[in-house]
Each structure stands twice: as C-alpha cells, then as structure tokens.
Design a binder for this molecule. Structure first.
Ligand code: ADP
Ligand code: ASP
Ligand code: MG
Length: 414
C-alpha cells in the first residue's frame, strides 16, 4: 500500500465548507488504495489575525509566547477535518506538532525541524486511520512550542513525507500548480508540468511563495517527489523533480518577485579590512538574515555599503546600523522599505550568455531603474522601486517569451 502525504493550505481549509471538500479529496485518495497523512494550515487569514492580536498586546511580542499563540490556528483545522472525516465514517485522528514529536531547534518563529519520531503515526496508519497533523509547528527539546516561519506547513508536510518514507507529497493550494510567474500578477503565466528542485528552490527563495523554501530544500535532499496542485479543481499540477535534459532547453523557467525586502545603506564608511564584518556582525547577532549585499569602491578611502533584509526586520536593522555608523565614523545611514526584488530563474542560463543584458535592457526600456543586482548560476535578481513591481514582472515575463493561456486562479480563492 502506498502512502501519500497531502498538505492543504489556508484557502483550502478556509471554512468548514472547504474542509468538507478537503475531506472528499482525502477520501478519494483512500479509495484509490493509498494511506493518507493530511497536514493542514490554519484557515486563510488566521495566522495574520493572530500576529495582529499579538501586536496589540505588546510592542515587540516575546517570540516564545508568539509561537504559543500562532500554533493555535492549525489546531482548529486539524480538529475540524478529523470530525468531518469521522462524520463520513472514516477513522481519523488529529495531532499537534508536539504530539507527533516534530522536534525542532529552539529558534522561535523560524525554527528548523531536526527530527520526527514517526512511530505513533505509523501505528495509526496501520490501524487504517487517516492521520491529520497540524502544520507549521513543532516542539523543542525543552517542550516549548515552536513555529517554522510563515508558509511552514509546506515544510511540515515534506518532512513528514521523509520521516514516513511516503511515496509522494502533494501540496494542495489555490492555484493549480507552479506557474512561470505569480498568476495573480501575470494573467498570461503558464502552469509548468515539471520544474527541477534546483529551479524551484531559486524561485521559492526569490519570493515565489507557492512553496516554502525549506520545504523544497528537504524535498531535494531526500528526493521526495513533490507535486503542487489545486484543491479547487482537478488537474495534474506541477511535479517538482530532478533536472532532466528537456528542462535544460528552456532558457528561463520563471520570474519570481519578493515584496518583503528593505534596503539599508551606510554612506562614506572608512574603507579598510574588516568593515563588512563590523557592519554585518551586529545584524547577524540579532538573528536578522541579510539577502543582497553591494559594496562600492569609494573615493577618499571611504566606501558605501548597501544590503537588504526582510521588511519585518527593517526598523531593528536600521537602529543597529545607526549605532554601527557612529562606532565606525560613517557619514550617514539611509534606508528604504519600499523596494522589491525581481528575479529571472532558469537552468538554461548556465549555457547561455546575454540573459542579464536582455533583462536590463527590457527594464530600462520601461524606465525602471535598477538599484542592486545579484546573480547565481541559474538566477539574476534586481532590486527596484516597489511601484514598478507589476510592470517589471510583466515586462520580463514577456521579454523571455513565457506567455500562455491562463484559467487557473480559482475565483473562490479570492
Ligand atoms: P497556501 O495557503 O495554500 O499555502 P500560498 O498563498 O502560500 O497558499 O501560495 C499560493 C500562492 O502563491 C498563489 O495564490 C500565488 O498567488 C502565489 N504564487 C507566487 N508565485 C507563484 C508561482 N510562480 N506559481 C504559482 N503560484 C505562485
Ligand atoms: N498558517 C501559517 C502561515 O500562514 C503556516 C502556513 O500556512 O503554511 O504562515
Ligand atoms: Mg503557503
């Protein structure tokens, strides 16, 4: 008997009606002869609502208490789905992350899974139960509730699939696969039948929130077949798999964008060894991740140093940087949290020159100024002003000839 892990995201479990539709998908999979583990998100908007409540309670809510709060969202949906399944005469059991020993490190709000003790789940499956697990949450060695970062239910699902040696991990969401760009921005975006782990990793880490980056990392590491599909309508979805020759022929697979970025600049800082370390160490010590970095060759033995962080960390990073600027004798600190990052991703880039130039020319033709650039072997990213986000993504999508037909965003998804 094969085992399928099915993950249902927020819109897919956004109401009891939707949860009933999810139960039908689970039951259909059971009828096809598979064992099923369902991993659920909180109802759409619920985690945001909880974050907002925390913000009303405290200016900077303590990260441990925040996790206790945020983990409640998923507890609601797992209980409801199990009830619906039981009502339809299927044995089902709901578990929080802690109850199935999803052990994480102790970094609250962005914990990483270190181990899963799968015994309990295996016993339930053997007893013909559908196991329904709360996504996004775990427990640290001290028994504290932790969460895995926004979108973390994807990662719970893939990690569960690895721990149970599942045959496939299916990520059900509100679009029917992975597209050449976010279909909510580019209506001509095309669903891909397949995409390589590596490209999906670049898309996800560049902001394509259809999958959490960590989930793709896990799937790649353990070669879990991963499929993204819609819970609203049937279809083959997109298979995330190992790269093959046909994929290599596509020059660019997709355009990703990220609205979560903010930019900080230290102006006229003395140019000497150790400057980058001195600027970025306090940022790293505050658990703030830095994305892009640009250091200019300066005049008068000084340099300008620019980097980007998550928008949520902008104020904290700015305060730290102001202190660093005083310590180092820099002239000025500036910040901008109205920027976005757009990336073109494709394994074909490895063997083709001129992609970057084509990208820069296309943006220039639209009068879009590029503020920062970074590249990897299969990705080119630029930072631009937020107001050009949509124009930028659409321009690049058509520049690289990615258009197709689209009837994909389900109206019910909102
Ligand atoms: P869920 O709640 O099911 O986890 P998410 O909102 O996290 O759903 O992810 C699905 C959304 O990802 C889609 O509604 C879509 O707007 C967005 N998205 C961004 N980039 C892409 C892409 N390249 N392909 C498909 N969806 C994308
Ligand atoms: N509910 C969490 C979030 O909104 C986790 C998830 O949906 O994946 O980020
Ligand atoms: Mg998601």
């Amino acid at each position: 008997m094969s085992l399928i892990v099915q993950k249902f995201g927020g819109t897919s479990v956004g109401s009891v009606e939707r949860i009933k539709a999810v139960a039908d998908i689970v039951i259909e999979t059971r009828k096809q002869g598979h064992q099923v583990v369902a991993v659920l998100s909180a109802m759409a908007g619920e985690t945001d609502r909880l974050v907002e409540l925390a913000g009303q309670a405290a200016k900077e809510p303590d990260s441990r208490q925040l996790d206790v709060l945020l983990a409640t969202g998923e507890q609601v949906t797992i209980a409801l789905l199990s009830m619906v399944l039981q009502e339809k005469k299927y044995q089902a059991v709901s578990y929080t992350g802690g109850q199935v020993h999803i052990l994480t490190d102790n970094v609250h709000n962005k914990a990483r899974i270190v181990d899963i003790e799968a015994m309990r789940v295996k016993k339930d499956l053997a007893a013909r139960k559908v196991v329904v697990i709360a996504g996004f949450q775990g427990i640290d060695e001290q028994g504290n509730i932790t969460t895995l970062g926004r979108g973390g239910t994807d990662t719970t699902a893939v990690a569960m699939a690895v721990a149970l040696n599942a045959d496939e991990c299916r990520i059900y969401t509100d679009v029917d696969g992975v597209f050449t760009a976010d279909p909510r921005i580019v209506s001509e975006a095309k669903r891909m039948d397949r995409i390589s782990y590596e490209e999906m990793l670049e898309m996800a880490s560049s902001g394509s929130k259809v999958l959490q980056t960590r989930a793709v990392e896990f799937a790649n590491k353990y070669k879990v077949p991963l499929r993204v599909l819609s819970s609203f309508k049937e279809g083959p979805g997109t298979l995330i798999t190992e790269e093959d020759e046909s994929m290599e022929q596509a020059l660019i697979s997709g355009i990703a964008h990220n609205r979560d970025e903010a930019k900080l600049t230290l102006i006229s800082v003395p140019d000497k060894p150790g400057i980058a370390a001195a600027i970025l160490s306090p940022i790293a010590n505050a658990d703030i991740n830095v994305d892009m970095i640009v250091q200019n060759v300066g005049v008068d033995n000084t340099t300008d140093f620019t980097f980007t962080v998550h928008r949520n960390d902008f104020n904290k990073a700015l305060a730290l940087l102001k202190k660093t600027a005083r310590d180092l004798g820099a002239k000025e600190v500036t910040g901008d949290d109205r920027i976005v990052k757009i990336s073109v991703v494709g394994v074909g880039m490895r063997s083709h020159a001129g992609i970057a130039t084509k990208m820069f020319v296309a943006l220039a033709d639209e009068g879009i100024n590029i503020q920062m650039i970074s590249t990897s072997e299969i990705k080119i990213s630029v930072v631009i002003a937020e107001k050009y986000l949509e124009l930028g993504v659409r321009t690049l999508h058509s520049t690289f000839g990615l258009e197709g037909e689209n009837d994909v965003v389900d109206d019910a998804a909102g």
